[in-house]
Design a protein around this ligand. Structure first.
Ligand code: BGC
Length: 929
């Protein structure tokens, strides 16, 4: 396999062109015409938010293009004088990256503009382009205020002044998620382009659309409403202790189309093009439930070539359960159609796609997916509001589509909404969701699989299992209880046992496990590109939201197969993505990582990405499983969700990705759902995921997650809970080979709380997945490497002229308190080693950022990346240990501060051992970078 970098960039750029959404284009101000001169306003013209913040945004890129650079590269004539003014502003008010993790500002200070300045620009050019930027992310939700969800005072003032002075105003929104559009609508720019955050080449794709090189074909994967108060989760989002999902399955358009159509400004599925399309229902087969199919004919009725997204919806009978007015059941994107060109598209619809889950027994079929009796009318169209009837399938009697059993039932009663008929419309009625006692524990405790008795080492290696020469059971029987307790510890961040600076290693992390031929698998964030905290470069892809708005599964597969090749090059086996939580509410900080308010789009796009990664021999991790819908207090806040809403909305995307793409890695959430932390739920991790969906992979916790029950014991050490639930490994421990955090695994085993069979089951899950990875090939010396053409990973041209050298011997302490640790800063330390050999180096410091803030310091020794010291916030002093081998007298270490917010104290050296004369270096492998 060869990864051609220019093709990678080109494909990402195409994805941006297909994912940006043109909401408005009056007077046909777009595309910008050749020879048209444009005045560009907004300080984000010289910057570009490539992604949101936090782990999903920390891709270390060589360059992020700005929109101005993109326009200049296309020889678009811009008002240079105005641009210079913004450059000067930039010098005085440089881009503020914020301090640390989860503390970045939502927006940048906007330049104040005078009416004279705007007037002068309008004398010089007809068209104004105003660029607004926003970001948010992990640990930080948006707030419903100016400068965050709303325009800042300066931005609103700027847009107003530009509107007053110019005939043609184009607004470009370089945003992580949907912003308040009410004020923008009042000011009324002629064109609005949601450019989202498109990764390092995002600005270039955005420019391709602005100048009409590519006809926009992005369609909203969310509804845009006028007032945030109209969102169905309003009032039930953001609580720091418990959020009740009273809106139930009525999320996004499922709510608005049923109860409040007038709340919507731009409907789900909406987006303009530079051409027009006619979408007409074609022949259908809606007779038999097991062979439902719909055809549609699409014609390009405009003047330029373009693509259209064809969307299929169903309206279901209300029955006893109550249903949303419309639900998406399929979508397809056309190829590029020339003016006048037609194509036929068809989909087959599996009844499971539009069945409803009865969690109360009201249909007579409790805990089943059912089709209630009545008419199921199908539609085809261009967005949820612009649809044509295709035909009706009539279900004579209520039928069971799948019989399941209750799982994850709420532990408190609450009222949820439900439609009640009122003339021709629906009004909101309420019904009680009944609490059941914890459903999880009895079944979980009874689920004790058997395992073969411990045999000791019989010489079976994992490769023998892979090659069909030995059984997994015989292999696992060789692992001691101690080995089994080690294998369920993930290691990181920045474990030296895998690619430096990545989030986790798992699997063969002790010498013993390695001796059995178990490789160390490498996981890296994700989702939109690889996060390498060593300081190495990677390619940053468009955000999840943008990629969902392409509605193009093939494009997602192709793009992620290239990402897969890049992962291969970096020896990364699992991406920590896609992010699959539902856009339940506009203020969720991590919405950019996630796809949509709709579970069907979420599942299909995630499945497409997983297929792409797998094509390149690596894989992805579906996260966060499940109900991670806000950042505020995400590690403790409880989500109370009905079983129906879980199954139809919050779990559905995961289900699709597992069933359709064979996803084999899942990350549970930080917080509890219905009384129990997700990583401790047997019903979620065993019954639903594995028994119902047939998942055969690994489940990992989120990083340093709590474990336990609401109101009960909550800690980070009760690994026995993970074992009972079948959450295969804890992410992450500092050194998996020793029990440095005091987990209870072996104690619980000796007390009979857990069994060897349960542990072996998890070891089996881990080994089964690992034996088919590149990590396995690495260990076995097998060839798997991708060739990368056109990308040189060079470190910045570092100035080494005044590196300070310190003498190093046992007990040396180097004071680091004066080191500049702001984001992106680099610091060099020279070592003059008095006593050569293996050392522990402990970096000591603290951060006052929030506890889950990740503050990595990338480490290169002698030019080789050798991991990272990753601190977390919380205020207390931390000491992070790495091992190093000084085999020559002098050495240079490069520290790169990937996030600000760290107060460093010192670096401490403890001598361990030195090689005997002629002793092979392999003996010191763990110390060598
Ligand atoms: C995030 C995960 C991420 C992990 C590793 C956590 O804080 O919630 O999504 O993959 O860190 O960086």
């Amino acid at each position: 396999m060869v990864l051609e970098w220019d093709k990678y960039e080109a494909l990402a750029r195409q994805a941006v062109c297909e994912g940006v959404v043109l909401l408005k284009n009056e007077k046909e101000v777009l595309p910008i015409k050749k020879n048209e001169k444009i005045s560009i306003f907004g300080r984000m013209q010289n910057n570009y938010y490539k992604s949101g913040t936090g782990s999903g945004g920390m891709v270390n890129v060589p360059k992020v293009w700005s929109i101005v650079e993109g326009l200049q590269a296309e020889n678009i004539c811009i008002n240079e004088e105005l641009h210079k003014i913004y450059e000067q502003f930039e010098e005085i008010h440089p881009f503020d990256p914020g301090v640390g993790f989860g503390n970045e500002p939502w927006s940048q200070v906007e330049m104040e503009v005078s009416e004279e300045l705007v007037k002068k620009a309008s004398d010089d050019s007809d068209t104004a382009l105003v660029i607004i930027g926003r970001t948010a992310g992990e640990e930080q939700d948006y707030i419903n205020d100016r400068g965050a969800y709303k325009l800042s005072e300066n931005e609103a003032d700027l847009l107003r002044k530009v509107r007053n002075a110019f005939d043609k105003v184009v607004l470009v929104m370089n945003v992580s998620a949907i912003l308040d559009m009410k004020e923008i609508e009042e000011i009324s720019p002629d064109a609005i382009l949601y450019a989202w955050q498109g990764g390092e080449v995002g600005a270039l794709g955005c420019v391709d659309v602005l100048i009409g090189k590519v006809c926009p074909s992005g369609r909203l994967a969310d509804s845009i409403i006028r007032n945030i108060e109209d969102a169905s989760a309003y009032g039930n989002f953001g609580d720091t202790v418990r959020n009740i999902y009273a809106e139930d399955i009525y999320v996004g358009y499922r709510y608005y189309e049923t109860f409040n159509k007038s709340a919507v400004m731009y409907p789900f599925g909406y987006g303009l093009s530079y051409t027009s399309f006619d979408v007409t229902p074609g022949s259908t087969d809606l007779e038999k439930l097991d062979s439902l199919s719909i055809n549609a004919e699409v014609t390009n009725t405009g003047n330029v070539a373009g693509k259209e997204v064809v969307q299929f919806y169903v309206s279901k009978p209300q029955g006893m359960l109550g249903k949303p007015a419309l639900s998406l059941v399929g979508f397809l994107k056309t190829e590029t159609l020339k003016p006048g060109e037609k194509c036929n598209l068809s989909i087959d619809i599996d009844p499971y796609t539009f069945a409803s889950y009865d969690d109360s027994g009201v249909t007579g079929f409790e805990a089943c997916y059912v089709l209630e009796a009545g008419n199921y009318t199908f539609y085809v169209g261009q967005n949820v509001r612009d649809i044509k009837e295709v035909g009706t399938y009539t279900q004579e009697e209520t039928v069971i589509i799948e019989k399941l059993s209750h799982q994850m039932v709420p532990n408190v009663s609450f009222e949820r909404i439900k439609p009640a008929a009122n003339d021709n419309a629906f009004i909101i009625s309420k019904e009680e969701v009944k609490a059941l006692p914890f459903s999880d524990s009895d079944e979980a405790m009874a689920d004790r699989p058997s395992a073969k008795d411990y045999t000791g080492d019989k010489g079976i290696k994992l490769k023998d299992v892979r090659d069909g020469k030995a059984s997994m059971d015989d292999f696992l029987a060789q692992l001691s209880d101690e080995d089994l307790s080690v294998i369920i510890r993930g290691e990181g961040m920045g474990s030296p046992k895998v690619t430096p600076g990545t989030a986790a290693a798992f699997g063969g992390l002790s010498q013993n496990l390695k001796n059995f031929g178990i490789p160390a698998g490498c996981c890296s964030d994700g989702p939109s590109g690889m996060r390498l905290d060593s300081g190495f470069r990677a390619f940053s892809l468009p955000s999840g939201t943008l990629l969902a708005c392409t509605w193009n599964e093939k494009l997602n597969t192709d793009l992620y197969s290239m990402l897969g090749m890049e992962m291969n090059k970096n020896n990364v086996d699992f991406l920590l993505g896609p992010g699959m939580n539902i856009h339940r509410f506009p203020l969720n900080g991590r919405n950019f990582e996630y796809f949509s308010e709709d579970p069907f789009v979420t599942g299909k796009i995630a499945a497409a990405q997983i297929r792409g990664l797998k094509k390149s021999g690596v894989s992805g991790t579906l996260k966060h499983f499940c109900g991670n819908n806000q950042e505020t207090c995400r590690h403790t806040e409880e989500n109370v969700i009905s079983e129906r809403a879980l199954r139809e909305i919050y779990l559905k995307g995961f289900e699709i990705a597992v069933k359709e793409a064979g996803a084999d890695s899942v990350m549970t959430t930080y917080g509890p759902v219905n009384g129990i932390w997700t990583n401790s739920r047997h019903d979620l991790n065993t019954n639903i995921l594995r028994k119902e969906w047939g998942f055969e992979g690994i489940v990992m916790t989120d990083w340093w997650s709590n474990i336990g029950d609401v109101g009960g014991v909550v800690d980070k050490t009760s690994f026995s809970r993970l074992v009972i639930a079948q959450n295969d490994f804890y992410a992450v421990c500092p050194d998996a080979s020793v029990n440095s955090t005091g987990d209870d695994t072996l104690q619980a085993l000796s007390e009979g709380l857990i069994t060897r069979g349960q542990l072996a089951r998890m070891a089996g899950n881990i080994c089964r997945v690992l034996m088919n990875t590149n990590a396995m090939k690495r260990l076995c010396g097998e060839d798997y490497k991708v060739e990368v053409v056109g990308f040189e990973d060079e470190l910045e041209s570092d100035d080494l002229s005044d590196v300070e050298y310190f003498e190093v011997e046992d007990g040396t302490v180097i004071d680091l308190s004066q080191v500049d640790t702001t984001k992106g800063a680099v610091y060099f330390l020279g070592f003059d080693v008095k006593k050569r050999g293996c050392y522990y180096i402990d970096m000591i410091g603290h951060s006052d950022l929030s506890r889950l803030s990740q503050i990595p310091v990338g480490v290169f020794f002698q030019g080789v990346p050798c991991g990272s010291f990753t601190f977390h916030g919380g205020g207390e002093e931390l000491s992070i240990r790495r091992k190093i081998f000084f085999h020559s007298k002098y050495g240079v270490m490069r520290l790169k501060f990937m996030n600000g917010g760290l107060d460093l104290k010192e670096l401490k050296f403890t001598f361990q051992k030195a090689p005997e004369k002629d002793e092979p270096l392999e003996n010191f492998e763990e110390y060598i970078c």
